[in-house]
Design a binder for this molecule. Structure first.
Ligand code: NAD
Length: 492
């Protein structure tokens, strides 16, 4: 199946040299191909977005009710096509079908949420009387302009929607670049954008390498904002490139999130939440609870039960809805397996999993068994670095203070959780965790309404919620003089 990119209201072949392939990670079969976008395609997409924002201005100037109605139409179309998009996503990325369906369902809600939010009152009005007599001052929100967006392969559809829905609601023009590993659901989304009639040039889709296309988007002086979800290393590159014109940036980066479990919990339910924390989406989750930090007195019992449950996790073709699917690619699987070897060499105790799984249906795919490492310490690479696979480490504590210190002993600050029946302790500890997304007695739930983003090296800015809309807006103050005559400032 040959696919195309979308620039200035037309589907075209990329003019780069290479063909890019979408590979089903469960079978290693090629399911689609696309000619990669080049430097000049990137320039054309930027100019198309620029023209639509600064010259034709149709989307930016559209009456907000009409713009909101179009966002609702997009949500309806996504909902009508939910099964098809979820199946594409599941094949392209490897996530179990039911998880892909949940992602698409979240995408529908996200568009509906921002369709509503853009119609609510904005800004504030101030009466001031300072030096110049009475003044009336108010603030307005305006779109940032040309926004470039770069997304990863782990939630290909949803990570795009978290950027596109608020940016479109705010009236921006957009160039969108998904990961070259997972571009199929983005193409389906752009077919929907075409169907609902987004004005020419408002949205542009490039599929191509991060090092050329992505970097050009980050450094272009014609791009007013770059928003990126992906690894911290690439985020740092983007930040440097964005300095060229001091463009606005949003960064949603990696994590190594702590999951603190106190001894007073119901062990069975804590095990189940911990599993969802680390094995959901094959552990390829930025906020994964990859460091379990547990009170010493219940550690052995907890680890025993966790390993028993992890060993029962089913792996298989994602379309058949197993518990877990394959990792995204052969290369990524090898990276995860290499971390597992590192863990063993570092002296951590492998309790379960730890190998490539090739039974039955899984013969050709990139499957790794859910892996638990006990007896871990903060100095180990498997505890420090983001593995981005189904691998969890166990550390123990005896005091609340120790638990907090271990939790914060990381360069990341994306997420974290606390499990305890003592609500005062839960609230105390959660406030001490230096991270942007936290949970008490649960792990993973996310909502369109609640802000998403990290502290420290996990990023800058927030997606979703009211903050997620504000990222795509500039704030202007307008000051009105209510007095007749001049300011009376000079003596003569
Ligand atoms: P990645 O950083 O390798 O790639 C992400 C995107 O950046 C891709 O589209 C890629 O083509 C592009 N890219 C690569 N090099 C580039 C460059 N020099 N300039 C511009 N763009 C470039 O990440 P990945 O492997 O696709 O995804 C996994 C990472 O994403 C993990 O670190 C994970 O934690 C992070 N992530 C974070 C969040 C969050 O909300 N904080 C969500 C999902 C994933």
């Amino acid at each position: 199946m040959r696919k195309k990119i979308w620039i200035d209201g037309a589907w075209i072949d990329g003019s780069g040299e290479k063909m890019l392939y979408s590979i089903n990670p469960a079978t290693a079969d090629v399911i689609a191909e696309i000619k990669e976008a080049s430097f000049s395609d990137t320039e054309r997409a930027i100019q198309a977005a620029k023209n639509s924002f600064y010259v034709t201005r149709e989307w930016r100037d559209m009456d907000v009710q009409k713009r909101s109605d179009i966002l609702l139409k997009i949500a309806d179309k996504i909902e009508e096509n939910l099964q098809e998009i979820a199946a594409i996503e599941s094949m392209d990325n490897g996530k179990p079908l039911r998880e892909a369906e949940a992602d698409v369902d979240d995408a529908v809600h996200c568009f509906r949420y921002y369709a509503g939010l853009i119609r609510t009152p904005e800004g504030g009005v101030y009466q001031v009387n300072q030096n110049f007599g009475e003044m009336h001052s108010y603030e307005v929100r305006e779109p940032v302009g040309v926004c470039a967006m770069i997304t990863p392969w782990n939630f290909p559809f949803l990570m795009g929607i978290w950027k596109l829905a608020p940016a479109l609601a705010a009236g921006n023009s957009i160039i969108f670049k998904p990961s070259s590993d997972t571009f199929l659901s983005a193409i389906k989304l752009f077919e929907i954008f075409e169907e609902v009639g987004l004005p020419k040039g408002t949205v542009n889709l490039l599929v191509g390498p991060g090092s050329t296309v992505g970097n050009k988007l980050a450094e272009s002086k014609d791009v007013d904002m770059i928003t990126f979800t992906g690894s911290t290393v690439v985020g740092q590159n983007i930040m440097r490139a964005a300095a060229a014109n001091v463009k606005k940036i949003g960064l949603e980066l990696g994590g190594k999130s702590p999951n603190i479990i106190f001894a007073d919990v119901d062990i069975e339910s804590a095990v189940e939440w911990a599993m969802l924390g680390i094995f959901f989406n094959q552990g390829e989750v930025c906020c994964a609870g990859s460091r379990i930090i547990i009170e010493k007195s219940i550690k052995d019992e907890f680890v025993k039960r966790l390993a028993e449950r992890a060993d029962r996790i089913t792996l298989g073709n994602p379309l058949d809805n197993p518990d877990m699917g394959p990792l995204i690619s052969k290369q990524h699987m090898q990276e995860v397996l290499s971390y597992i070897e590192t863990g063993k060499k570092e002296g951590a105790a492998l309790v379960c999993g730890g190998y490539r799984y090739m039974e039955g249906d899984c013969k050709k795919g990139y499957f790794v068994r859910p892996t638990v490492f006990d007896h871990c310490s903060s100095q180990m690479r498997i505890v420090k670095e983001e593995i981005f696979g189904p691998v969890v480490t166990i550390q123990t504590f005896e005091t609340e203070k120790e638990a907090v210190a271990l939790a914060n002993d990381t360069v990341y600050g994306l997420a974290g959780a606390v499990f305890t029946n003592d609500m005062s302790k839960a609230l105390r500890v959660i406030r001490e965790i230096r991270a942007g997304i936290t949970w008490i007695n649960c792990y993973n739930p996310a909502f369109s309404e609640a802000p998403w983003g990290g502290y420290k090296m996990s990023g800058i800015g927030r997606e979703l919620g009211v903050h997620g809309l504000e990222e795509y807006q500039e704030v202007k103050q307008i000051n009105i003089n209510l007095n007749p005559g001049g300011p009376g400032w000079y003596h003569n």
